[in-house]
Unconditional design. Structure first.
Length: 356
């Protein structure tokens, strides 16, 4: 289905602004500041905690949404040395080899050869220069991808380097480093459309840590809920597989089974709005049946933020995921169809209407 960019133009304008604001995993503070300003411009109440920005309306308990502010990038780690930010030593304790990102680590480096990048101050976001990734390689000893960016030497160790990009709006799709900025924009746009619940904007999801910040927030406020809705993108290998649905749901991941009432509610909304939707766990199960029959190792169901929270709270906190299908995962040209974006806007509008 052809969807005109003009039908979602306010959303795309906000997304374009967010795309241009760097937010490398572990160095999200400049993005948090831009995000807080945008929310306060629309009269949304906000509170800051370590690794998390809480935004809430007049009925904060009606629905709790989680969206992740971090994106993949590079961090200076020594003289003339740059490493993939999500896998630096400080993050590896929260990674267990079972995430989709880790399983793709061997192919990540080559995806950014020739990419323009920009260094920025991790606190105030000040611009520190540009360069180009000329080469990269996987270092097994450090369990990371090492990048060569000659034009950015020297930089203080710990300096984040973001991919220099803009939002590419095409006839039927959009492209940029969409994970996770696309779903952050969706959450902010919900407030512009009258959402009165709560959104938890979290850091370090790509390093497997965002769930810890959510857990700390829940314990701080002594909250339990079965209506935690986590936004994300969902990667597919090609456009045919991605375009088979506009919304991706999940019944479970490698850690936990999700809350059936909320999963069913989302499915019912999709059915009512005639939005094509599928379940990612079913897709992976079917894919693995084929892979095993061909003598290939099965793919992981993935360890999502929601699954980690469910496991850590013994099910006292649970919910569902709402994902937008994409291709070109973890590249600066990750692509989502405008049909899928429009579907996400319609589903979230239905959730807003139900909470009124």
């Amino acid at each position: 289905m052809t969807v005109s960019p003009s039908s979602v133009q306010p959303f795309l304008d906000l997304l374009a602004a967010f795309v241009r604001t760097p937010s490398v995993v572990g160095s999200e503070e400049p993005f948090f500041r831009v995000l807080q300003r945008e929310l306060e411009l629309h009269g949304v109440s906000v509170r800051r905690y370590q690794g998390l920005l809480e935004a809430f309306g007049d009925r904060p308990e009606s629905l709790i949404v989680s969206a992740h502010v971090d994106r993949n990038g590079v961090v200076a780690s020594g003289p003339g040395e740059f490493q993939y930010a999500a896998f630096v030593a400080r993050a590896q304790g929260d990674l267990d080899g079972n995430s989709i990102s880790e399983q793709m680590a061997g192919t990540i480096g080559g995806r950014f050869a020739g990419a323009r990048v920009e260094a920025y101050d991790p606190w105030h976001g000040g611009y520190l220069g540009q360069g180009e990734i000329v080469s990269s390689y996987r270092c097994e000893k450090r369990n990371n991808v090492i990048f060569e960016i000659p034009a950015l030497q020297p930089l203080r160790p710990g300096t984040p380097v973001a991919y220099l990009e803009h939002l590419d709006v095409r006839e039927n799709s959009i492209a940029a480093q969409l994970d996770n900025v696309l779903t952050v924009t969706l959450a902010v746009d919900m407030f512009r459309r009258g959402f009165q619940g709560t959104v938890l904007f979290t850091a370090e999801e790509e390093a497997g840590r965002s769930w810890r910040y959510i857990l700390a927030w829940l314990r701080r406020h002594e909250k339990t809920t079965q209506r935690l809705l986590v936004f994300d993108t969902s990667p597919y290998q090609d456009a045919e597989a991605a375009n088979a649905q506009d919304i991706v749901l999940r019944r479970r991941d490698a850690n936990a089974v999700f809350a059936e009432p909320l999963v069913t509610e989302l499915s019912d909304i999709c059915d009512y709005l005639k939005i094509a939707h599928t379940y990612k766990d079913t897709f992976i199960d079917e894919l693995n049946a084929t892979r095993v029959s061909e003598g290939l190792p099965p793919r992981s169901l993935g360890r999502t933020e929601l699954g980690r929270v469910v496991a850590a709270t013994n099910g006292e906190v649970n919910g569902a995921t709402l994902q937008i299908p994409t291709i070109g995962y973890h590249t600066s040209q990750e692509t989502a169809s405008l049909s899928a974006v429009n579907a996400a806007l319609r589903v979230t509008s239905a959730l807003i209407d139900q909470a009124v």
